[in-house]
Design a protein around this ligand. Structure first.
Ligand code: SAM
Length: 286
């Protein structure tokens, strides 16, 4: 347990100086130094005493300590061995904490989730935030809730609605599995060192019922990836020029699009998640 208040910039500077540590830009080390934002993040996470929580990138432990007081157990994965060594000592009093040193993408998100995770609560590093999030959301053992801070631009893509410029693969894949909300835009001043961009808290809650059967998910991913790679093309011609496993002749493509309530001349960003799912189901059974 630390006696420092890590939401105070002066305490964080003191600690970092004592550790002889220089925050790494490559590792996205922008520490949260704002008590209000920490409170909002923790409120959004609504951790209860039965929750098994995963934190990615605990840094100096400001979020970790707040979750430890509420959760049944916390697994925290930190890539930076200096921060890992510091946290091992600073948080040694918490028996419900398991610290892992390593790159979360190498440790493997599937392996971490297979152990049973109810919630993920993290201030994600900018560099790997999108990749980490997609691995979390699309996993068969995905958690019930994910509450993370990410770059604002990434948050906007996660919650994007059909027809908007930001609507693309990230939004479609996240919204296939989760109800999503952008709950707070965060000023760069809430972090130290101050990043160049704004951030946001996003909340992703696993949908209670599936929009698509698990068996059809691979086809959904292939289809949407192909379509959004050519987002300027009309859907009917996009499907007619798809790889063999997706390709339809132009008439069949037009017919399927009409069946799911879409205009054959529409572009990929016009389809709702439900329409993408219906299209996948019909292609799977055609
Ligand atoms: N949780 C702390 C906070 O809110 O102040 C630190 C957040 S900081 C934005 C991101 C943290 O993720 C850093 O501690 C960084 O070392 C760690 N990190 C970066 N890439 C990582 C990766 N691939 N796997 C695990 N940790 C990583």
């Amino acid at each position: 347990m630390t006696s420092l208040n890590l939401t105070h910039l002066s305490d964080v500077r003191t600690l970092v100086t004592q550790l002889g540590f220089h925050p790494s830009r490559a590792l996205g080390q922008n520490f949260l130094v704002d008590g209000n934002i920490l409170d909002i993040l923790i409120d959004c996470a609504a951790v209860v005493p039965t929750d098994r929580v995963l934190e990615i990138g605990p840094g100096l432990g400001v979020v970790t300590e707040a979750i430890l007081d509420r959760a049944q157990s916390v697994v925290a994965v930190e890539k930076d061995h200096r921060l890992y060594a510091y946290l091992r000592e600073a948080l040694a009093g918490y028996k419900q904490l398991e610290l892992i040193q390593g790159d979360v993408l190498e440790v493997g998100i599937p392996a971490l989730l297979a152990r049973g995770v109810d919630k993920v609560v993290s201030n994600l590093p900018y560099s790997a935030g999108s990749r980490i999030l997609m691995d979390l959301v699309c996993d068969a053992n995905a958690p019930r809730g994910i509450v993370v801070t990410v770059q604002l631009e990434v948050a906007q893509r996660i919650v994007a609605e059909p027809g908007s410029k930001t609507y693309g693969l990230m939004g479609v894949w996240c919204q296939l599995h989760c109800d999503v909300a952008l709950t707070k835009v965060i000023s760069p001043n809430c972090f130290w060192p101050r990043p160049d961009v704004k951030s946001a808290i996003v909340v992703l809650e696993r949908r209670e019922s599936r929009l698509l059967s698990e068996a059809h998910e691979p086809l959904f991913y292939q289809l949407t990836r192909h379509a959004f790679q050519q987002r300027r093309k009309q859907l009917a011609s996009c499907l007619a020029k798809a790889p063999p496993q997706l390709a339809l002749d132009a008439n069949a493509a037009r017919e399927l699009l009409v069946q799911v309530g879409a205009e054959p001349t529409a572009r990929p960003e016009a389809l709702t998640i439900e329409q993408w799912c219906r299209l996948t189901d019909r292609m799977a059974s055609s």
